[in-house]
Write a protein that binds this ligand. Structure first.
Ligand code: G3P
Length: 215
């Protein structure tokens, strides 16, 4: 199970990379705007210098020609850039063109199995179903992951399933049990993955007992 961090905050990316568990980074226009990165290119170059793995950079065009133009420029920035494309008809057309040029894509804003099938058929490298946003509207986000993993296995589609919009560790663990290849999550959730109260209590006791023995 690959772990990606879902942020444009360089400090958080460094901290997660230092933990030794980080396989990649996903960004989106909202995350980039939140951090105030006016120079998108320079931000991506900095991320690429911290993490040796897939870095998703999202286009902000909505018609095929412009998506392709924008994506080609993004792909030139670094070999690890994955062009993030919205799951709309114009986006799918662009994904097919990118696939024929060897440019990797992450198809984002996926909320249904039918959308995921189309993305795979167009040649997406990654599909990003947003589980948290489905949970937010009282639909079971993880059910969508199970459906996509099963469908992709049925037809041997090579597109990797990335659990996106992760809100807590259970999304991550369920995704791993279902066979999703990747999960992307905020830094806060990566920190939560390592935490267990019994680990902290056990460690404090071990250290206290050791102190008793050695004064
Ligand atoms: O980057 C895509 C996705 O992970 C966004 O998550 O928390 O804004 O629903 P969220």
């Amino acid at each position: 199970m690959k772990i990606f961090i879902d942020t444009a905050n360089l400090d958080e990316i460094k901290q997660a990379a230092d933990m030794g568990v980080l396989d990649g980074v996903t960004t989106n226009p909202s995350l980039v705007s939140k951090e105030g990165h006016k120079d998108f290119r320079s931000m991506l170059e900095k991320i690429a210098s911290i993490v040796d793995g897939d870095i998703s950079a999202e286009v902000v065009s909505t018609n095929c020609d412009e998506i392709v133009k924008e994506g080609r420029e993004l792909a030139k920035i670094h070999k690890n850039i994955v062009v993030k494309v919205p799951l709309i008809a114009e986006g799918l057309k662009a994904v097919k063109i990118f696939a024929s040029e060897g440019i990797k894509t992450n198809v984002t804003l996926c909320f249904s199995p039918s959308q995921a099938i189309l993305a795979a058929k167009a040649g997406a490298y990654i599909i990003s179903p947003f589980v948290g946003r489905l949970d937010d509207i009282s639909q079971n986000g993880m059910e969508l992951i199970a459906q996509i993993v099963q469908i992709y296995n049925n037809y041997d589609y090579k597109t990797q399933v990335l659990v996106a919009s992760v809100r807590h560790p259970i999304h991550f663990v369920q995704g791993a049990l279902m066979g999703a290849q990747i999960a992307t999550m905020p830094f806060k959730v990566i920190e939560q993955l390592v935490k267990h109260p019994l680990t902290d209590i056990g460690l404090a006791k071990f250290l206290e007992d050791w102190k008793k023995l050695n004064g």
